[in-house]
Write a protein that binds this ligand. Structure first.
Ligand SMILES: NC(=O)c1ccc[n+]([C@@H]2O[C@H](COP(=O)([O-])OP(=O)(O)OC[C@H]3O[C@@H](n4cnc5c(N)ncnc54)[C@H](O)[C@@H]3O)[C@@H](O)[C@H]2O)c1
Length: 366
């Protein structure tokens, strides 16, 4: 098992990654919290509870009160939040209560937001069950829900008390979800960790074959990267922006396809291809590095085919909420293992990058 420390101005906590965490949670949470409060809630989805509820309960003398949040982007909304807050009140929740969140990024984002606003904020623990949630959404304290007007438009920064990323639940994760989540690790390697890039190149068959040791290594390295960045920039005023590598075009693909066609990681995968192209054109990576990194993205594919018009996608990049003041912000790799933010991408450069990506996406590699 590996332990990673996160230290932001608002909180200090530990992220644990390894095997056997889910069945030994109670004493671990007690250690992180000081003691277990009178009211402990667990928020999960019916599917995850059916698969992993029994293992979760193993270490609790007194079972927590179970609350359900349906997985699915359309349930990540204010109505779900209000319902959960009222259920917690009805079950006697108070300012001393603790919320454990067991699930993927949807359950995690909703649960974190509920914890952020219930009685003006209660402690919560993340127990992420998807690869994406383990390496990305459970760490860093971003919580929130969607509005009909767009994704993640309401939320709060609320850091967890601890994060327990257990390898075991990944055993039931659909292959497509695993591969999409791994795109965030590819991203982590490209922007911050050369050794992770090499490991993911050399050990792809073990990683995709879900070898626990190989997964633990990738998960821990990805978390370490994110923890390092959010510890230095909790509220995304500078360095944290590099985590958006692949996201400018990725978000545009998601919104253009109304979040129906691709998983988030897959959209980021295509977005990284566009950003790599741009980086090669600008000379921040060499042609050889471009080929190597493009190959790495496809190694963790297949990325689903896309049939979109360049103009439509380019227009959608301007609508991204991270593009403050109309500036098209791009994160570009600088060599392998480093990255920087550029704000002066010209329309012609963006067109060329999106064109290249869409040409690849029309007939993606197997
Ligand atoms: N807060 C952040 O910093 C942050 C970062 C990245 C993404 N996100 C958010 O995360 C969400 C996506 O999260 P996600 O990719 O985990 O999706 P998800 O929560 O929808 O889970 C994906 C699917 O996997 C299933 N599942 C979860 N764990 C499983 C398991 N162990 N075995 C079998 N099935 C399992 C779920 O039921 C669901 O059908 C998005 O809403 C995104 O906005 C947040």
């Amino acid at each position: 098992m590996q332990t990673i420390r996160v230290a932001t101005p608002s909180a200090r906590y530990e992220v644990f990654a390894g095997s056997g965490l889910l069945s030994t949670l109670a004493p671990r949470i007690r250690r992180a919290a000081g003691k277990l409060p009178r009211r402990v809630f667990v928020l999960t989805s019916p599917e995850i509870w059916a698969l992993w509820g029994k293992t979760f309960l193993t270490s609790f003398n007194e079972p927590p009160i179970v609350l359900f949040q349906r997985a699915g982007e359309r349930y990540k909304n204010m109505a779900s939040v209000e319902k959960l807050l009222r259920q917690m009140i009805a079950a006697g929740g108070d300012r001393g209560s603790l919320l454990i969140v067991l699930g993927g990024g949807i359950v995690g984002d909703v649960g974190g937001f509920v914890a952020a606003i219930f009685m003006r904020g209660i402690p919560f623990v993340q127990v992420p069950t998807t690869f994406l949630a383990q390496v990305d959404s459970s760490v860093g304290g971003k919580t929130g829900v969607n509005l009909p007007e767009g994704k993640n438009l309401v939320g709060s920064f609320h850091q967890p008390l601890a994060v327990f990323a257990d390898i075991a639940p990944l055993g039931t994760l659909p292959d497509r979800e695993l591969r999409a989540g791994l795109m965030e690790s590819v991203k982590a390697g490209i922007i911050r960790d050369r050794a992770l890039v090499r490991f993911m190149e050399e050990r792809a068959s073990e990683i995709l074959g879900r070898d626990p040791k190989a997964l633990e290594k990738v998960i821990a390295a990805s978390i370490r990267m994110k923890a390092g960045v959010v510890s230095r920039d909790e509220r995304e005023s500078g360095l944290r922006m590099i985590l958006n590598f692949g996201h400018t075009v990725g978000h545009a693909i998601e919104s253009t396809t109304r979040y129906k066609l691709l998983l988030h990681g897959e959209a980021v995968g295509w977005g990284m291809i566009a950003a790599l192209f741009l980086a090669r054109e600008r000379g921040t990576i060499s042609s050889l590095q471009f080929e190597r990194l493009e190959r790495l993205v496809h190694l963790y594919g297949p990325l689903p085919p896309l049939r979109l018009r360049t103009a439509k996608l380019v227009a959608a990049t301007g609508a991204d909420k991270k593009n403050m003041g109309g500036v098209r912000r791009f994160v570009l790799p600088v060599g392998i293992g480093d990255a920087g933010v550029v704000e002066d991408v010209t329309p012609a450069e963006l067109d060329a990058a999106v064109n290249y990506m869409l040409a690849c996406a029309r007939e993606p590699r197997a």
